[in-house]
Design a protein around this ligand. Sequence first.
Ligand code: CMP
Length: 145
Amino acid sequence: ELLPEGAGPSVGMPVVPLFSQLGREPFAAVLEAMEVRTHPAKQSVVVEGEPGASMFALVEGTLEVVRHFQDGTRRKVGELAEGAFFGELALISEGPRLASVVAAVPVVLLEFTRAKLAELVRRHPVVGQVVQAFYRERMVENLLR
Ligand code: CMP
């Protein structure tokens, strides 16, 4: 019901390449746990400093990651392309969002609330492993930059 008309596994695969590794049942559970959201260009999806209780996957469009620095400037620290996850840091730490994530163009996202994600990972631990693998990769990328 949450997916657009005609959506099926073929939607999920280009969307979040990592999920394409999942078997049919965990993949179906992922589809069930998520909600589709759209944002117009320039709108913030998450705002630095605010509490956050969900994470997202980018289906369509491009997002900019922007944050404040100690010297008082606010700068772009990265871009998120289709298939990227974000918003996990506040979700996991239960602290504030560490950056703002802003739509560079109109975007389509999938949102997973903490409750839905916890339930999903409890039932299908492989989903948690997939998400963790993604973050490890980004952490390594950040270290190498
Ligand atoms: P969160 O802190 O919940 O909200 C902002 C999100 O931006 C953050 O989770 C990460 O998912 C994402 N992000 C990507 N790159 C960075 C970065 N360099 N610093 C902080 N957050 C980043």
